[in-house]
Ligand binder design. Sequence first.
Ligand code: HEC
Length: 203
Amino acid sequence: MSIFKFGVVMLAGAVAVSGAVIAESMSDNIVHATYTEDGAVNAPVDFRRWIFVGSPLTPNALNDGSAPFPEFHNVYVEPSAFNHFERTGEWPDGTQIAKELVMVRESDSCDEATGACLEVSGNGYFQGEFVGLELTVKDTERYAEEPGGWAYFSFGHDGEPYAKTASAFPTESCNACHEGNADTDFVFTQFYPILRAADPNNN
Ligand code: HEC
């Protein structure tokens, strides 16, 4: 191949690649969850690399000694859905949001009554071990019968390894509380400063 022809081929290749990148960002390709043959969702793999949006905490000491979820709730949004939300303020079909539960750290420096620990930065709550994983998926076709098209899953609440697949909970177990109380299309953006900052409706 002559140098000229080689150059043309390379140039054509570069145009095709950049064209594909532009087309992808324009069409806003959303990365969907994957499913088993019987319709269970596969646990997300790389969710700790998704966009971290917040970490609410409802410790036992503030909930009569036994909170339903006494751990930190670390919430991560799948990046393509985050990008779409940042552009439009809306959650697209295919949105995946993971919530990993992380124990409050326990050590000799922690107070039995409050669970708070005295560490070098002060007295308070620090993250301990991973203990559970939940996921919500918006898919108005696959979950047409769920309000808002949102389905809710748990991969276990006993620490790692988490379950590899999960079936959707009944509507009343999860969806109903989200529908009634969450600020933005079943998502609790009121507790996630990173999503409030990203929402174009707030800017
Ligand atoms: C009583 C109300 C209530 C119920 C019932 C409930 N949730 Fe939530 N959920 C919340 C709140 C409040 C948040 C905000 C973060 C936090 O405090 O954990 C949340 C956040 C989440 C998130 C992070 C994304 C988001 O929408 O904000 C997931 C995932 C989730 N819940 C899964 C579930 C699953 C699975 C169930 C059913 C087993 C469930 N939830 C039941 C109140 C509820």
